[in-house]
Design a protein around this ligand. Structure first.
Ligand code: IMP
Ligand code: MG
Length: 180
């Protein structure tokens, strides 16, 4: 099993780049089917979702646009339970079909905040596309309309996901093994 060290933690390979690619393709296929003729606006959440968003957008074959918002809730390997808005929604969303693009939904606190804000800006509809979902940690009830994969409640890095800023550049996804 391939291992990597990120800061003080050891991680083991969990989801390969090839498995990630197939999952992203499935999400893109569904969006291509559901949004034909609708010019959806992808709203990606920085920092973590930038790699998923860029892979997803390049697999979307219908006209679409992208914009970014920045929210933060994590410190180290745990959520702080508080969400801070660092860059808000700048676009007019009136009449738009919005697809929020997120790397991972954990407790769901971040996404719920963003959903509240976006619904107030007059979009036709708002859907959630998320690469990973930690079902056991989820405390909310909003639907995840497009999902890459469900994962156990382990801390992961790679494919845009970080441990205190590091590990985002790993092409595969790794889960935490042990502290050293
Ligand atoms: P939530 O608000 O608890 O759903 O947390 C969502 C945010 O926490 C995501 O946008 C990620 O940035 C971060 N996050 C949650 N789980 C992990 C993880 O396992 N690794 C890295 N970041 C994570
Ligand atoms: Mg994130």
């Amino acid at each position: 099993m391939t291992q990597v060290q990120v800061r003080d933690l050891i991680f083991e390979k969990f989801i390969t780049a090839a498995e990630i690619d197939s999952a992203v393709q499935r999400v893109a296929d569904a969006i291509n089917r559901d949004y034909a003729g609708k010019n959806p606006l992808l709203l990606a959440i920085l920092n973590g979702a930038f790699i998923f968003a860029s892979d997803l957008m390049r697999k979307i074959t219908i006209p679409c646009e992208i914009s970014f918002v920045k929210y933060a809730s994590y410190s180290g390997t745990a959520t702080t339970g508080k969400v801070r808005e660092l860059i808000g929604v700048e676009e007019g969303l009136n009449g738009r079909h919005v697809i929020i693009v997120e790397d991972i939904v954990d407790t769901g606190i971040t996404m719920e905040e963003l959903l509240k804000e976006i619904h107030g800006k007059g979009p036709v509809d708002v859907k959630v596309a998320c690469f990973c979902f930690k079902q056991e940690a989820f405390k909310k009830s909003f639907p995840i309309n497009y999902l890459g994969m469900s994962i156990p409640n382990d801390f992961i890095v790679g494919y845009g996901l970080d441990y205190n800023g590091q590990g985002r550049n790993l092409p595969d996804i790794y889960k935490v093994k042990k502290e050293i």
